[in-house]
Design a protein around this ligand. Structure first.
Ligand SMILES: Cc1cc2nc3c(=O)[nH]c(=O)nc-3n(C[C@H](O)[C@H](O)[C@H](O)COP(=O)(O)OP(=O)(O)OC[C@H]3O[C@@H](n4cnc5c(N)ncnc54)[C@H](O)[C@@H]3O)c2cc1C
Length: 318
């Protein structure tokens, strides 16, 4: 990683971006090109992209690893003067003069005029031994992203909601055999009928107990001791955003499930100066969407800083 790492106790920035994924990096690139100083916080290795293999991103041919893309994005942003802090934000507040204050996990305090949330979503895993190591090596959290890699393969999907059933039906068109492993199935009547009419093999009342395979998934063991030989396991248990920091600032979340930040066409939230981009704004969870929203958020965050500074100058001159 060529990008410089930045660490200090208390520091003011024009724009602070929470998230070192494609949304945050693109926001940083576009904001910094408007001559404002930018700090990006977060860990690239926690980005959803880190363990992904990408072959559907425009202008990039072939399969690229997420790690390669993140490395390139960080270097590019650093070349425009963007600073990086490899720590998570643990608290947010608003200061008396309308700036936002972020506390990092090491206790550092950072202030900014514009704040961008690009914190992605944390996908709910099974919490099984070896699960994290096998992501991108037979374990996936995203059928829409990875189905293509499992043509003519033997795969299973685990989960009990519409994401799992939709995933299994998508895979049925590509894979050799598809098993849906579900503890309890909670889907609409129509979707259940579609599932019943499909060739998906449904194992009800079962849970995945163990992942088999060291460098690559080769199978799974269920809670009743059944062993399935598999090329891929898709864990489709929905997605949850890390929303507490945004909610604390009064940012509006989607009214149904409170899992996504609501934004307008400028990627602005209901709080002036706070923007959001990428997976945290809701599906589809795709790099291209994160990058597009990051571009818009970065530009408008920089414009907000300039407007704030002009206002401060006018006050100083009166
Ligand atoms: C296995 C897999 C395969 C995929 N395949 C594809 C594909 O083929 N094509 C495609 O387009 N997309 C794919 N995706 C989806 C793609 O990776 C995401 O849509 C994209 O990474 C979203 O970008 P983002 O910037 O919104 O969030 P992320 O990339 O998830 O980045 C979030 C960032 O926020 C940071 N963060 C979280 N909390 C905090 C905090 N409190 N303080 C500071 N920082 C914080 C994290 O550390 C991370 O750096 C795949 C995803 C997975 C998991």
């Amino acid at each position: 990683m060529k990008a410089e790492t930045y660490r200090t106790e208390i520091q003011n920035f024009d724009v602070i971006i929470l998230g070192t994924g494609p949304g945050g990096l693109q926001a940083a690139i576009h904001a910094s090109r408007k001559k404002v100083n930018v700090l990006v916080m977060g860990r690239p290795e926690s980005s959803s992209l880190y363990k992904a293999h990408i072959e559907n991103y425009c202008c990039v041919e072939g399969v690229k690893t997420g790690q390669e893309l993140l490395d390139a994005g960080m270097s590019q942003a650093a070349s425009f003067g963007v600073k990086f802090l490899r720590e998570d934000a643990v608290a947010t507040s608003v200061t008396g003069n309308g700036m936002f204050e972020i506390t990092s996990e090491d206790g550092g305090i950072y202030r900014c005029h514009s704040l961008i949330f690009a914190t992605g979503v944390s996908r709910k895993g099974l919490g099984l031994k070896g699960e994290k190591d096998l992501v991108g090596r037979g374990v996936s959290y995203c059928v829409d992203c990875d189905a293509n890699f499992y043509r003519d393969a033997s795969v299973a999907v685990t989960g009990g909601g519409s994401a799992a059933v939709h995933g299994a039906l998508t895979l049925e068109r590509l894979a050799r055999e598809v098993t849906l492993i579900t503890d309890t199935l909670d889907v609409s009547h129509a979707l259940r009928k579609e599932l019943d009419a499909s060739k998906v093999d449904v194992l009800k009342g079962r849970k995945v107990k163990k992942l088999i395979g060291k460098d690559k998934l080769t199978g799974i063991e269920l809670d009743d001791g059944t062993v399935l030989d598999l090329d891929g396991l898709f864990i489709e248990r929905g997605a949850k955003g890390a929303m507490e920091l945004a909610a604390f600032l009064g940012v509006n979340l989607d009214p149904e499930k409170f899992t996504f930040i609501l934004t307008d066409e400028k990627q602005s939230t209901n709080i002036p100066g706070i923007f959001a981009a990428g997976d945290i704004c809701g599906p589809p969870f795709q790099m291209a969407k994160a990058v597009g929203e990051g571009c818009v958020a970065g530009m408008h965050a920089a414009l907000h800083v300039k407007a704030m500074k002009r206002k401060e100058d006018r006050v100083d001159n009166t």
